[in-house]
Design a protein around this ligand. Structure first.
Ligand code: SAM
Length: 171
């Protein structure tokens, strides 16, 4: 299974931190990459820096045309899910996405109406408003039954040795 996150509606002045967190969360929880439908090189730089220090091959692509990206993903046989509080609630939708290569769309303040139609499935992580970071994290965790938390990241320059107390990082 492949997971790619498509981040739409990013406003460079306001969303830098939260879009970076979308990318870091996607990476940490087992996604393959993030497509950003905005031209913001700083976001790519900071996520690439984390990947180069902490390993793995998470990719970030900026300046993506979201309609094209969705069409291409579907053309390659992938499924497109849009995380929105208005969608089918996650516990009722997991069966439909299991085992599929997924493009996971998350919005910012306002999501263009076309996204709801282009997505194969609109999924709510609970039908209450919250956050794209929380929605993405819970979605990825449910899909992988928590196993992503045991993931390893090849080529890491730094690795944390889990400890009850204190911090240990090996280089
Ligand atoms: N008000 C906006 C709208 O109606 O499109 C959503 C704003 S919300 C802060 C930003 C993003 O968080 C949404 O586009 C969606 O991807 C995600 N999100 C927020 N709550 C969600 C929920 N309950 N389930 C799934 N995704 C959610």
């Amino acid at each position: 299974m492949k997971f790619v996150v498509l981040r739409i509606g990013h406003r460079p002045m306001r969303d830098k931190r939260i879009t970076t967190h979308v990318g870091l969360t996607a990476r940490a929880l087992g996604a393959d990459g993030m497509l950003l439908a905005a031209d913001d090189p700083k976001i790519k730089e900071s996520i690439d820096d984390v990947t180069s220090a902490w390993g793995g091959d998470f990719f970030v692509e900026i300046g993506v045309d979201w309609r094209d990206a969705i069409r291409r993903w579907k053309g390659d046989g992938g499924m497109v899910v849009h995380l929105t509080m208005y969608g089918l609630n996650l516990p009722d939708a997991t069966g439909e996405v299991a085992g599929r290569d997924l493009m996971i769309i998350v919005g910012a303040e306002k999501v263009p109406p076309g996204v709801y139609d282009l997505a194969d499935l609109n999924i709510a992580v609970g039908n209450q408003p919250h956050s794209e970071v929380a929605a993405l994290a819970l979605f990825l965790d449910h899909l992988q039954d928590g196993e992503e938390l045991r993931g390893t990241f090849a080529g890491a320059k730094r690795e944390i040795v889990p400890k009850r107390n204190g911090k240990r990082v090996i280089s």
